[in-house]
Design a protein around this ligand. Structure first.
Ligand code: 6PG
Length: 235
């Protein structure tokens, strides 16, 4: 299978943010028109925050919008590493339903993954959109090399989320994670990637070229996507 990939290059991060926010707005509006509701998974990390600031300004029927993080770090709500906290700060004031994947009471990462899966099983599926970031090490969502890599990539199709212990732990957030599975990501009705910087572009280009046997998680994910994927990039 050859994944159809379209690159969109922007002069700077602000231009990227405006364009991606516009595309996400359109996807949400289309889902609301078609079904009366939209369910989207948004990337964690820092790169997408300007996109979210732009998107939050959109005139949307926000109470019909459900947002989940595509992955989260196993930390309490409010922690600076918590993806849902960063996303919630932007979209809860607009009236969106922002659903955490992690409940503060779960300490064991595998149990946290099962709990996240149960939460996602209650949502309308497939996702209308999955927006992914990419780490400098080639991870996307929280699919990382380590003991859970194979399950994340090749687990049962109905498994939407799982617990992940990255090995090695990424220095910017050295904690266990919960993540959408590859099956959940590739089933989304729309898949978008937003990244900045030449280093991530180089990793992503290499990952795409390597395909299904890529050393990079994002390469393995993209090799299995059936819909066209938009990659938005700014230096
Ligand atoms: C996470 C993210 C992850 C993110 C990359 C890039 O929680 O780690 O969801 O997949 O997109 O790590 O993060 P930055 O944008 O902060 O570089």
């Amino acid at each position: 299978m050859t994944t159809e990939i379209e690159w969109w290059d922007y002069d700077d991060a602000d231009e990227l943010a405006a364009a991606v926010a516009g595309d996400v707005q359109f996807i949400i509006e289309s889902a609301i028109d078609a079904r009366g509701a939209a369910v989207v998974a948004l990337a964690g990390g820092k790169t997408p925050l300007p996109i979210y600031e732009q998107l939050a300004k959109a005139k949307l029927d926000w109470k019909r919008v459900t947002i989940v993080p595509g992955d989260d770090r196993l930390v309490p709500l409010g922690d600076p590493l918590s993806n849902v906290t960063a996303i919630g700060k932007v979209f809860i004031p607009r009236g969106a339903r922002v659903i955490p994947l992690i409940s503060a009471t779960v300490a064991d990462y595998k149990a946290a993954g099962r709990a996240a899966d149960a939460i996602l099983q209650d949502l309308h599926w497939p996702l209308d959109l999955c927006l992914l970031g990419v780490g400098g090490d080639g991870h996307a969502a929280s699919i990382f090399p380590g003991p859970d890599f194979d399950e994340a990539l090749n687990g049962p199709k109905e498994r939407r989320a799982l617990g992940v212990m990255p090995d090695p732990l990424p220095p910017e957030a050295p904690v266990a994670r919960v993540s959408l599975s590859k099956a959940a990501i590739v089933s989304a009705r729309a898949l978008m990637i937003a990244i900045t910087g030449q280093a991530k572009r180089d990793v992503l280009e290499q990952a795409i070229e390597q395909g299904v046997s890529s050393q990079y998680p994002v390469g393995r994910i993209l090799a299995d996507v059936e819909l066209p994927v938009d990659i938005h990039w700014a230096a």
